[in-house]
Design a protein around this ligand. Structure first.
Ligand code: PLP
Length: 445
């Protein structure tokens, strides 16, 4: 009997039926890359080839693949109680997971709202920000400020405040009352920076210009990724996030950090807020929250925000928002087991130990052909390439495919290669990763 990955089953399953997300469907289906299993730092494809995971799946498998305690916890939960609603009732693991999470949050982020993805975590944050101002009698604050090149998922809220043009341009007018800060990418001044770039803190002052234009008393929240990931890794210039925080404070505007990729140890501290020493009022997370074993999102809010809703008759619902699968039992079981692994193995700070090795390895590729920038922070890195004239993204695609053939998974956005391996990567595997990328860049030149 053919198994689910055998060639017989694959050809019986018409590849056309699945409209793949963020994928060049026709190109992929002509020559598919199909993954069949995974363990620790590696995937195996359907032909049994081992592939080093240079991207933690999609920036999400922070503790490495198929970790036994997580698999066991999920299996046990699915056999005990596969689902329980959290509307007007609950289950103990939801409260336990919430309490464990807020205990590890930067001070003040005392409450958590569960969802199923980063996109939902973001839309939850935006809705809470708007509803918060209304709850305290300041309903005139309805504007949301995002940033060019920002990625906040694919919901209408997220693409409205997001700034990746191709994710926005075909979807109509989106949310009203949204404006955008300029992005912080400045190759002329900051190319080949190690860690935070020196130049660009003043770009945060653009928020003052936007506030003057719109009147600060109409602005509810500013949302940024502390490190922008999906657009190709843009690291905040020194002093930039501090300035955003100060301007928001001055005008009573909420600051939202989208930590969907930076959360759970990616930078070498549990959260980017701690790494950069800047605490937001609301933080969105997903991905590493459950090590991606079960989809989940979590939006953290300060006590000030939660308390603003806890008024009125006690039998009334305070926030008309939630998902059938908020705090899904499988997600809570996976999340609790994930937190244990993070804690037992010191993974939330391990990127800080590896960062110098990582930085040296990636910057070792600086002299390769067509490399116009290399940037890194924590266990994140990016190599920006000269585009082939008239054929943007083609060079990075070529290198991505060559890496795949050589048994390495990387990501690319435009002509930028991005790397974000599981936090369990060894120093030797870091060497292997960048040796393979170097070989692919040379061959593609
Ligand atoms: C910063 C950020 N926010 C939101 C999202 C959306 O997460 P999801 O794909 O789980 O909806 C992502 C996904 O990459 C992200 O990087």
């Amino acid at each position: 009997m053919p198994n689910s990955t055998s060639p017989e089953t694959l050809s019986a399953n018409n590849l056309n039926a699945f409209w793949m997300p963020f994928t060049a469907n026709r190109h992929f289906k002509a020559s598919p890359r199909l993954l069949a299993s995974a363990k620790d730092m590696h995937y195996r494809d359907v032909d049994g080839r081992e592939i080093l995971d240079g991207t933690a799946g999609l920036w999400c498998v922070n503790a490495g693949h198929c970790r036994d305690p997580i698999s066991r916890a999920v299996a046990e939960q699915v056999g005990t109680m596969e689902y329980a609603p959290c509307f007007q009732m609950g289950h103990p693991k939801a409260f336990e997971f919430a309490a464990r999470l807020v205990a590890m949050m930067p001070a003040g982020l005392d409450h958590v709202f569960f969802s199923n993805s980063g996109s939902e975590s973001v839309d939850t944050a935006l809705k809470i920000a708007l509803a918060y101002h209304k709850a305290r009698g300041d309903a005139g604050r309805y504007r949301l400020i995002g940033r060019e090149r920002g990625y906040h998922g694919v919901g209408f809220g997220g693409i409205s405040v997001g700034g990746i043009v191709s994710n926005r341009k075909t979807f109509g007018p989106m949310l009203p009352g949204v404006d955008h800060l300029p992005h912080t990418h400045d190759l002329a001044r900051n190319a080949f920076s190690k860690g935070q770039p020196e130049h660009g803190a003043e770009l945060a002052d653009e928020l003052n210009r936007i506030l003057t234009l719109h009147d600060p008393s109409t602005v509810a929240a500013v949302i940024v990724e502390p490190v922008a990931g999906s657009t190709g890794v843009l690291i905040p210039p020194k002093g930039y996030l501090e300035r955003l925080r100060a301007i928001c404070d001055k005008h009573g505007i909420l600051l939202i950090f989208d930590e969907v990729i930076t959360g759970f140890g990616r930078l070498g501290a549990p959260f980017a807020a701690e790494f950069f020493g800047v605490t937001p009022d609301i933080m969105t997370t997903a991905k590493g929250l459950t090590n991606a074993a079960v989809p989940a999102g979590a939006t953290f809010v300060s006590g000030k925000i939660y308390d603003a809703f806890m008024h009125g008759p006690e039998h009334m619902i305070e926030l008309f928002h939630g998902y059938t699968y908020s705090a899904h039992p499988l997600a809570c079981a996976a999340g609790l087991a994930t937190l244990d692994i993070y804690q037992n193995e010191g993974l939330l700070t391990r990127a800080a130990e590896l960062a110098p090795v990582w930085e040296k390895a990636i910057h070792g590729l600086a002299d390769l052909p067509n490399v116009k920038d290399i940037r890194n922070i924590g266990l994140i890195g990016a190599i920006e390439l000269e585009s082939i004239p008239g054929e943007p993204t083609k060079r990075a695609l070529d290198i991505f495919l060559r890496c795949w053939e050589k048994g390495l998974m990387v990501r690319y956005t435009g002509d930028i290669l991005a790397f974000s391996p599981p936090l369990i990567i060894s120093e030797e595997q870091i060497g292997q990763l960048f040796d393979t990328v170097a070989e692919a860049i040379r061959e593609a030149a």
